[in-house]
Write a protein that binds this ligand. Structure first.
Ligand SMILES: *Cc1c(COP(=O)(O)O)cnc(C)c1O
Length: 371
């Protein structure tokens, strides 16, 4: 059997007619930039997150960068960034002019460890990048207390957490601003690149609207230098159609995650993902931990099961950040997890039979290893 890691065709097949018909109208009228689909998607996505404003942009990375800039970061400022994340979180900090300070993760939930974050605060710290990794929100209670104690802002990196909840409130409404990515394989994916900043702060929303459009306040009047960071109308039109299915897709991911847990629970060589009590995760990824990860991954590949590692090298040890001089061994949880984590196939349309095959194959590989 061949089990892909994700299969985007399974998602787009049933929606193709509707998306193509919406795109046909845009082709006819030539409204590729701005317009009703941009405004409509922004309204609908803000409502889905339970927040006042959504501002669509060209990517999740732009969303992060514009959110940091809107919070006013400046050279010399420090932003706390979990070492276990995609590099975009840190890139956006440096590209906004600030310095990332890498923080260790919780060994069970993999999100930023609030105690480690507290220990990393200096007089230059301005904010926290709260990455809702794998579809589970960071501990927003503990991070909120830390932020209040030191007068810090919180930008959520919600690129993996569309509609995830913390204490019944949705990602996008949990910090000062939130960045979403609609990269095709995310829980809500565009047919290309797109992202959004979501916030309850009208000033942040206005600032991001200006930044994404060359710093314009009105046509050809530029208050600041900005960026070409707009989302295009084709993406917004497709995202409006797909957003209507997102709650159901997340439910399907939860059912698949439960099926994985059911079938792997009794296997003592696997550490299953931990859900924190206050969180309702949306399972962007289903990440297990294994002692002999590389061997198991190779054996799974051999038997047709595609897997991933998110992420194999923690950010503080990336060559790109050598100048920050972080030592190996300095963030032990993130480093240990990077050796042990394995992302199993997960997407909303994944056939339950594929979960069963992955679990049976994994069990066989592990018992052969024990023997
Ligand atoms: C995907 C992702 C991003 C970047 O989003 P793009 O749309 O690819 O720019 C940022 N942070 C995390 C955690 C992501 O998974």
């Amino acid at each position: 059997m061949n089990v892909p890691f994700v299969d985007l065709r399974a998602q787009h097949g049933p929606l193709a007619q509707e998306i193509l018909s919406s795109w046909g109208k845009i082709l006819d009228d030539g409204g590729f930039v701005g317009g009703e689909h941009i405004e409509g998607f922004e309204r609908e996505f803000a409502a889905a997150c339970g927040a006042d404003h959504a501002v669509s942009v060209a990517s999740g990375t732009d969303a992060l960068r514009f959110a940091f800039l809107a919070k006013g970061v400046a050279p010399g400022d420090e932003v706390l960034v979990p070492a276990n994340s995609f590099i975009a979180t840190a890139e956006a900090v440096t590209q906004a002019g600030a310095t990332p300070v890498f923080v260790d993760s919780d060994p069970q939930t993999h999100v930023i460890d609030p105690a480690a974050a507290a220990a990393a605060v200096t007089s230059r710290t301005r904010g926290i990048a709260a990455v809702h990794l794998y579809g589970q929100t960071a501990d927003m209670d503990a991070l909120g207390s830390l932020a209040r104690a030191h007068n810090l802002w919180i930008v959520e990196d919600a690129a993996q957490a569309h509609l995830a909840e913390f204490q019944g409130r949705r990602a996008g409404s949990l910090g000062d601003a939130a960045a979403f990515s609609f990269y095709p394989s995310k829980n809500l994916g565009a047919c290309g690149e797109a992202g959004a900043v979501v916030t309850n702060d009208a000033a942040v929303a206005d600032r991001v609207r200006m930044l994404r459009d060359h710093g314009q306040t009105r046509k050809y009047l530029h208050a600041v230098e900005g960026y070409n960071g707009r989302c295009d109308a084709l993406q917004a039109a497709a995202l409006r159609i797909k957003l209507r299915h997102l709650p159901r897709w997340n439910e399907q991911r939860r059912a698949l995650a439960a099926r994985y847990v059911e079938r792997l629970r009794s296997c003592e060589d696997i550490t299953l993902p931990t859900t924190a009590p206050d969180c309702l995760p949306v399972w962007h990824l289903f990440v297990v931990q294994l002692a002999s990860r590389n061997v198991v991954q190779a054996a799974l590949t051999e038997r047709g099961v595609a897997t991933g590692i998110h992420y194999p090298v923690p950010l503080h040890l990336q060559p790109a950040y050598a100048r920050l001089r972080c030592r190996e061994g300095s963030l032990p949880n993130a480093e240990r997890c990077a050796q042990r984590i394995l992302s199993l196939p997960m997407y909303a349309e994944m056939p339950p039979g594929h979960v069963d095959y992955v679990c049976a194959t994994l069990r066989e590989i592990l018992s052969a290893q024990r023997a």
